[in-house]
Design a protein around this ligand. Structure first.
Ligand code: FAD
Length: 381
């Protein structure tokens, strides 16, 4: 029998949460290897908000200035009526966020963010083409088996492998995520057509049609050269095997066009390539860790994306987990996992619940409990 490689900590999945966990754990001095099923990452057309709560983590990783230079800096999150354009709320961001919440609020292309996160990982610690297929919990390690035939023994395993997590399945048994009843259209719009409208598009605005559908639109580059939208639309079912399929300008028009405000009309007219994605979900989970296995991010609290905090919660998880392990040392991982879950469960569940309800910032409200949170300094017990 061939000898099996042994490592201290395996992070499964190099998405936004896994990449953050790996970088923070490596910075804290742990021996970490990251295993990602994809052969490489590509720049898919999607944007993401990163709140001040998470920019503080990127500050600790030395990425804050770089991301702030690439991303856009909305002065406000506006909520507006999709038909009349009436302002429903104006949530202050920009300089106010820097001052009050302790870091900038940015909107950025997801691929640009992820590329920066991947770039700070030592290349020899990141293993693409490693899809985890099986794991076996043994007394002093976990035996990991990958689709490429490789086997590795890991002292600890962090499941950052997203909503269909193999680690979650090991902890709680196989269970498909639930279709949330909502889909989202995603598009980077044609900037020439958008500029030709002559309208001054706000850097971050959510267009609402009561609670039945919406369009969240925002800039993804600081220089104004990219503008993106993601919708939320309830549907009866999702009958496709694919993770996403093509949509069309005609479909956008059919859903949002009738009586739409001229700025919404302009967004639809500037749509050339648009895809649609199902939103999957799970109820809050009873178990985040067991023995040497621990979950973070969408693996343990997936949510509909309407609060723009799903990835932020994954990255916050990563920060708190890395701090907990630093406090206890890897040998006392049971205490570390308990500290982590105590610190994270209520907050992640609250964000999951509000996100799923799709009420965030529709009316004027104080978002400080989300944005002022400091995952690098929150007391851990
Ligand atoms: P993922 O990003 O899903 O990463 C999991 C990784 O694990 C992937 O790279 C995957 O390939 C890998 N993997 C999976 N299985 C295996 C395996 N068996 N072996 C090895 N690797 C594996 N969040 C925000 O904070 N702000 C936003 O503005 C925002 N907008 C969103 C808009 C939309 C339309 C959607 C759908 C989501 C949005 N989110 C947003 C949520 C966010 O995308 C997720 O919460 C976030 O990606 C979760 O990160 P993660 O690292 O936990 O999982």
């Amino acid at each position: 029998m061939t000898a099996i490689d042994r490592i201290d900590i395996a992070v499964i999945g190099a998405g936004l949460g896994g990449a953050a966990a790996a970088a923070l754990l490596i910075d804290a001095g742990f021996e970490v290897e990251v295993f990602e099923q994809a052969p490489e990452f590509v720049r898919l057309g999607a944007g993401i908000h990163i709140g001040p709560n998470v920019m503080k983590i990127f500050r600790a990783l030395g990425l804050e200035d770089r991301l702030a230079a690439i991303g856009a800096h909305p002065d406000h999150w506006f909520s507006r009526d999709g038909m009349t354009g009436e302002y429903l709320s104006r949530i202050k961001l920009g300089d106010f966020a820097r001052r009050e919440y302790g870091a900038p609020y940015i909107t950025i292309h997801r691929g640009d963010l992820h590329a920066e996160q991947i770039a700070i990982l030592p290349r020899d610690r990141l293993h693409f083409g490693h899809g985890l297929t099986d794991l076996e919990e043994r007394e002093d390690h976990v035996l990991l088996t990958f689709a490429n035939g490789r086997q590795i023994g890991a002292g600890l395993v962090i499941g950052a492998d997203g909503i269909n997590s193999r680690i979650r399945e090991k902890l709680l048994g196989p269970e498909k995520p639930k279709f949330s009843g909502w889909i989202g259209h995603r598009a980077l719009v044609d900037m020439d057509k958008l500029r030709a409208t002559g309208l001054d598009y706000e850097r971050c605005v959510k267009w609402w049609w009561d609670l039945s559908r919406h369009i969240m639109a925002y800039a993804t580059k600081g220089d104004g050269s990219e503008y993106y939208y993601v919708t939320g639309v309830p549907v009866d079912s999702w009958d496709h095997d694919a993770g996403f399929i093509d949509s069309s300008q005609e479909e956008m028009d059919a859903i949002f066009g009738a009586g739409a405000h001229p700025m919404v009309r302009g967004l639809i007219d500037a749509t050339t390539h648009v895809t649609k994605w199902p939103f999957w979900n799970r109820d809050p989970m009873s178990l985040w860790s067991r023995g040497r296995l621990c979950l973070l991010g969408d693996a343990c609290h997936p949510m509909r994306p309407h609060m723009a905090q799903g990835a932020c919660m994954a990255i916050e998880d990563a920060a708190v987990l890395a701090r907990a392990l630093s406090l206890t040392g890897a040998d006392d991982f049971r205490t570390a996992f308990r500290i982590y879950e105590n610190a994270r469960r209520d907050r992640a569940t609250k964000v999951q619940t509000i996100s799923n309800a799709n009420t965030w910032l529709k009316e004027p409200e104080d978002p400080a409990w989300v944005y002022a949170y400091d995952p690098m300094n929150v007391p851990l017990h």
